[in-house]
Structures are given as structure tokens and as C-alpha cells.
Ligand binder design. Structure first.
Ligand code: HEC
Ligand code: HEC
Ligand code: HEC
Ligand code: HEC
Ligand code: HEC
Length: 218
């Protein structure tokens, strides 16, 4: 008699059951870990409805970030500027450019340009721009060299681990208040000692970046 089912096949049902039990856990771990934004969101660079360039406006023309993102020091949100801000210049500069057609249209109709969001935390994580700026964290620490971007790209993971890395030791990321929007300023290269800065609004010892869960998950 030929052996159709060799003895090792007796263990097959058990092995299959064991695998079936482990596989979903493996899949969850896999997506949780590799699917977390530390691996997926970095480099996200959506096409925008208007070819607005930070490299031109913030870089070459040297405009301060706060000219357009003017709520950033007072509110949780940096906010994207309304078309009125653009029209301050563009009702004169390149006033007939096709590239600006949507901005003019928005200005006339009052309907905002539909900019595509680049950086976004999930709803369950709380974040406030104004607190970070007041503490002396610059835009570049979290957004990279925006002044060199033709099209905005996410440079940092914005993951929980990334937030905590700075919260555990914020000193080396701090800068003088006057350099908050300066993209070229590097606190380490500049040898900035926050504790010795008489102009600092708050001393490092007075800062309390949360590490406990409810600090960010409210
Ligand atoms: C002339 C106005 C203007 C200036 C100046 C400006 N921005 Fe913007 N910014 C915009 C507009 C419009 C958008 C939305 C379109 C886009 O993403 O490019 C934007 C988007 C962004 C985004 C992405 C927002 C998102 O969706 O996640 C970041 C980050 C940002 N700006 C940072 C900066 C920084 C840092 C500076 C200073 C170096 C700066 N901006 C200067 C107009 C401006
Ligand atoms: C302080 C003045 C100023 C403001 C405010 C400003 N721009 Fe500009 N923008 C310029 C200048 C100057 C140029 C370059 C003109 C040139 O190339 O001769 C330009 C060029 C552009 C171009 C390229 C157009 C083309 O035909 O090449 C676009 C698109 C643009 N801006 C969009 C915007 C948007 C959107 C906003 C508002 C978020 C804005 N700008 C705010 C001054 C400004
Ligand atoms: C400590 C890190 C950090 C700093 C510093 C920071 N940002 Fe942000 N920024 C973020 C995070 C995180 C988001 C996403 C927020 C969300 O989804 O709730 C964001 C979102 C944005 C957006 C999208 C619109 C909004 O308000 O959510 C803009 C525009 C922006 N930042 C501009 C700036 C500018 C300009 C500066 C400097 C003046 C700055 N940011 C400084 C972390 C930072
Ligand atoms: C580069 C450094 C840095 C990064 C990155 C950073 N933070 Fe902070 N954060 C700080 C500092 C410094 C403080 C302390 C501010 C104070 O005590 O006034 C702070 C305070 C806070 C607070 C408490 C203040 C408040 O708004 O209630 C929250 C919440 C917070 N951060 C959330 C986040 C989240 C979420 C991220 C990641 C998306 C993040 N932070 C990334 C430096 C950072
Ligand atoms: C400094 C702010 C901060 C603190 C403190 C913090 N978290 Fe988070 N957490 C975040 C952010 C931001 C995200 C979203 C990250 C993302 O999109 O991947 C997150 C995501 C999560 C997630 C979703 C799974 C994941 O990894 O994406 C869980 C679960 C979580 N946090 C649990 C906790 C627990 C438990 C603590 C306390 C030990 C804690 N967090 C403390 C900022 C924080």
C-alpha cells in the first residue's frame, strides 16, 4: 500500500490551528509598527490646487512665516492664510497670472482655496502651536526647511516617539524668542545656552513638557 498521508501530516491540523491563532496578532503588530506614521507619513507631499512656493515667498522674498500664519503664536493652530493675504500683493504683482486664477476666484467669491492638508495628527492626540513657540521651539524643528520647499513636504514623523524624544530633553531644541521663525538658526551650532539667556521668557526649569499619557491624550 502506498503511503498517502505520511505520519508527519498528523500534526498538520494542530500546526494550522496554531498559525491561525498567531497570524492575526502578527498582522496587527505588523501594521501598528510599520504602518505607524514614523514609516509612512514622512515624505508626504500632496499636490496643491495653486502652485504656491514657500521657497519663493519665505526663501527668496524673505517673508516671515507669521505674515501668513499669523495665528500661530496665539492659538493651537498655525492656520493657512485666506486669499486676502495673497491679494495684498497679487492684486498688483502678477495680477493676470493663470497660476493665480484660483486665488482671484476665491477672493471674489469668498470661498477658500481648497489647500490639501499636509501635517495631521489623529483626533485623539492634542497639540498646541502657541505653547511650543512661547517655550522657544522653532518651526524648523518640527517642519524642516520649509523655506527651501517648492511644495510642502512632511519631514518629521510626528509620531508619539518623536514627540516624547523632545519632551524628555527639550533643552537642545530651544532657541531665543527672536529666532523662532528663522529657518537657518541651529541652536546646537549657535551654541545657545537657554539657561544663560537673560531674555528668555521662561527658564528651562519652568517648562513642563508632558510625558504622562493624559498630557497629550485628553
Ligand atoms: C505668503 C504666505 C506664506 C508664508 C510667508 C509662509 N506660508 Fe506656510 N503656507 C502658506 C499656504 C498658502 C499654505 C498652504 C499650501 C501649502 O501647503 O503649500 C502653507 C502651508 C504651510 C505648511 C503645511 C501645512 C499643512 O497642511 O500641514 C507649513 C508647515 C508651513 N506652511 C510652514 C511655514 C513656515 C515654517 C513658514 C516660514 C518659513 C511659512 N510657512 C511661510 C502660506 C505661507
Ligand atoms: C509680499 C507679497 C506677496 C504675497 C503676500 C504673496 N505673494 Fe505670491 N508672489 C509674490 C512675488 C513677488 C512673486 C514673484 C513674481 C515674479 O516672479 O516676478 C510671487 C509669485 C507667486 C506665484 C507664481 C505665479 C507665476 O505666475 O509664476 C504664485 C502661484 C503665488 N505667488 C501665489 C501666492 C499665494 C497663494 C499667496 C497667498 C498665500 C501669495 N502668493 C502671497 C509676492 C507675494
Ligand atoms: C513642536 C512642533 C511644532 C512646531 C514648533 C511648529 N509646528 Fe506646525 N504643526 C505641528 C504639528 C504636530 C501639526 C499638525 C497639527 C494637528 O494635526 O493638529 C502642525 C501643523 C501646522 C500647519 C497646518 C495647519 C494647522 O494649524 O494645523 C501649519 C500651517 C503649521 N503647522 C505651520 C507652522 C509654523 C509657521 C510654525 C512656526 C511659527 C510651526 N508650525 C511650528 C508641529 C509643530
Ligand atoms: C522639539 C521639541 C518638541 C517637540 C518635537 C514636541 N514638543 Fe510638545 N512641548 C515641548 C516643550 C518645550 C513643551 C513645554 C512648554 C511649557 O511648559 O510651556 C511642550 C509642551 C507640550 C504640551 C503641554 C502644553 C499644552 O499644550 O498643554 C503638549 C500637550 C505637547 N507639548 C504636545 C506635543 C505633541 C503631541 C507633540 C508631537 C506631535 C509634541 N508636543 C512635540 C517641546 C516639544
Ligand atoms: C507628548 C505627547 C504624547 C504623550 C505624553 C503620549 N502620547 Fe500617545 N500618542 C501621541 C501622538 C502624537 C500619537 C499619534 C501618533 C501617530 O499618529 O502615530 C499617539 C498615539 C498613541 C496610540 C495609538 C497607537 C500608535 O502608536 O499610533 C496609543 C495607544 C497611545 N498613544 C498611548 C499612549 C500612552 C499609553 C501614553 C502614556 C504612557 C501616551 N500615549 C503618551 C502623543 C503622546
Amino acid at each position: 500500500m502506498p503511503v498517502i498521508f505520511p505520519p508527519w501530516t498528523n500534526k498538520l491540523p494542530l500546526a494550522t490551528a496554531a498559525f491561525a491563532a498567531i497570524a492575526p496578532v502578527g498582522a496587527i503588530v505588523f501594521f501598528w509598527y510599520w504602518g505607524s506614521p514614523a514609516f509612512t507619513d514622512v515624505g508626504y507631499q500632496p499636490i496643491q490646487p495653486v502652485p504656491f512656493s514657500h521657497q519663493l515667498h519665505a526663501g527668496q522674498l524673505g517673508m516671515d512665516c507669521r505674515y501668513c500664519h499669523n495665528a500661530v503664536e496665539r492659538s493651537p493652530y498655525a492656520a493657512v492664510p485666506p486669499s486676502e493675504t495673497c491679494m495684498n500683493c497679487h492684486k498688483l504683482v502678477l495680477k493676470d497670472s493663470v497660476k493665480l486664477a484660483k486665488v482671484r476666484e476665491s477672493h471674489e467669491t469668498g470661498k477658500a482655496v481648497e489647500w490639501v492638508r499636509v501635517h495631521m495628527l489623529p483626533d485623539y492626540a492634542y497639540f498646541d502651536h502657541s505653547v511650543h513657540l512661547a517655550a522657544g521651539v522653532g518651526c524648523a524643528s518640527c517642519h524642516g526647511r520649509v523655506d527651501q520647499m517648492k511644495l510642502v513636504k512632511q519631514e518629521k514623523p510626528l509620531s508619539m516617539g518623536w514627540c516624547l524624544e523632545c519632551h524628555r530633553a527639550p533643552e537642545k531644541h530651544l532657541r531665543p524668542k527672536s529666532e523662532i521663525t528663522n529657518m537657518e538658526y541651529d541652536p546646537v551650532k549657535a551654541g545657545y545656552k537657554p539657561d544663560e539667556d537673560p531674555d528668555r521668557v521662561r527658564k528651562v526649569s519652568q517648562l513642563a513638557p508632558p510625558i504622562h499619557c493624559s498630557g497629550c491624550h485628553r
